[in-house]
Ligand binder design. Structure first.
Ligand SMILES: [Zn+2]
Length: 399
């Protein structure tokens, strides 16, 4: 028991009241706990952990985790709980839906079913919440940040002009969505396509690739258990479900050709680029046959996920442009609080497009709009299918 009887410890109570002015913000608490879990997992070599080594003491635990638990203590004091939760208690809470914690959290209805720890590792929601917290932490070397930098460098060093940088960017970004599993043959093809080398004589694209994928020895044809909906490999022994948000796919067998190595996407890359990219890809594929050259995937190096130039002016802001940011976040409230429109995307109509399964989640839209609280003006919130229908309708009106 880390914390004893509350009533006898007035100094602790006094100290807790000074912790932070935004203590009533339980999303901050959840984000800190998530960032702490992410850090614990990183320090334990990103292994699948069944039980993280959370001792009885806070010493050695990540500062974010400690700050999150501190805020819960304050909450517990405030709500008159007889005993403050220990670190192990809080860890156990993380495996339960947020709406079922012994301390009532001030969170949106659509977030009550979310878990921070799922299948013995930080959930996709925890990753998302952690990223939002860690984005402000210069110490946090997020895998996806480095991956993004390397992607930009590869796109840039293999181009002679700006339009080509964008084309390269689109191709590399698309690779991450198309290839949950890749082989050394894919890597060789990428190196032929993007030959520019860094100062160590290594192709930029190779550095990017090796950062995004973990290798696995294999030769000839390897047959893998994958999900036919999202292409993600299924965990050994547990083939029932891929765990990809919104995916309704089924177990399938996939044959991958290689010389001597297979590569599997790292979890952070999967969760940051691949899985949310599935909604982006569906959207591109639905409108591409109609729009062709008038659509720009990941316009402006990702300023928005899709820009549409109905008048073919080639210049954003001239003529009728639509732009869309596609989101697939577990928490509507966190998305709403953190959503920003990139001002470079100066389009006539601006959309926040939600992956269809989020759009159809009960209370999600109401909670999202509530969290956005009029902060983001002129952005229309729509579901994936409605957006596609609107684009196709507009294109047919104009043809
Ligand atoms: Zn799947």
């Amino acid at each position: 028991m880390l914390v004893g009887d509350v009533a006898t410890d007035a100094s602790r109570s006094a100290r807790l009241t000074q912790v932070s002015p935004d203590l009533s913000d339980d999303y901050m608490t959840v984000q800190l706990l998530a960032a702490g879990l992410a850090r614990i997992q990183m320090e334990q070599h990103g292994a699948l952990w069944s039980t993280p080594s959370l001792g009885a003491k806070s010493v050695g635990l990540p500062p974010a985790w400690n700050a999150g638990v501190n805020r819960l203590w304050w909450r517990a004091l405030e709500s008159g709980l007889a005993q403050l939760p220990t670190h192990m208690d809080v860890f156990a809470w993380c495996t339960r839906p947020l709406g079922q914690w012994p301390l009532a959290l001030g969170i949106s209805e659509s977030d009550r079913g979310l878990l921070l720890v799922e299948d013995s590792r930080p959930s996709a929601f925890a990753d998302e919440a952690a990223r939002l917290a860690m984005a402000k932490d210069p110490e946090a070397e997020l895998v996806e940040n480095r991956s993004f930098e390397l992607l930009m460098s590869t796109a840039d060093r293999n181009a002679d002009h700006e339009a080509q940088v964008q084309e390269n960017y689109v191709e590399l970004r698309g690779f991450l969505i198309d290839k949950a599993v890749a082989s050394d043959l894919d890597l060789a093809a990428l190196i032929r396509r993007f030959p520019a080398k860094n100062s160590h004589g290594q192709p930029w694209v190779k550095e990017w690739f090796l950062h995004a994928y973990q290798h696995r020895a294999a030769s000839g044809t390897t047959t893998l258990d994958v999900c036919d909906g999202c292409d993600n490999p299924l965990p050994a022994g547990r083939q029932a479900r891929c765990g990809t948000p919104g995916c309704a796919g089924h177990p399938a067998r996939q044959a991958v050709e290689s010389m001597s190595e297979l590569y599997v996407q790292r979890m952070a890359i999967r969760r940051f680029f691949h899985d949310p990219g599935l909604a982006e890809r569906r959207l591109f594929e639905a409108v591409r046959p109609t729009l062709a050259e008038r659509m720009y995937p990941w316009w402006g190096m990702d300023a928005v996920d899709l820009a549409i130039d109905f008048d073919s002016t080639g210049r954003m802001g001239e003529g009728e442009w639509w732009a869309a940011d596609v989101k697939d976040h577990a928490s509507a409230a966190l998305l709403g609080r953190n959503f920003r429109w990139d001002p470079r995307a100066n389009a006539r109509r601006r959309f926040l497009v939600l992956a269809q399964h989020r759009f159809e989640t009960r209370d999600y839209i109401a909670d999202l709009k509530h969290a956005m609280d009029g902060r983001v003006r002129g952005v229309e919130v729509v579901g994936e299918e409605d957006f596609i229908a609107a684009v196709l309708r507009r294109a047919s009106e104009r043809d």
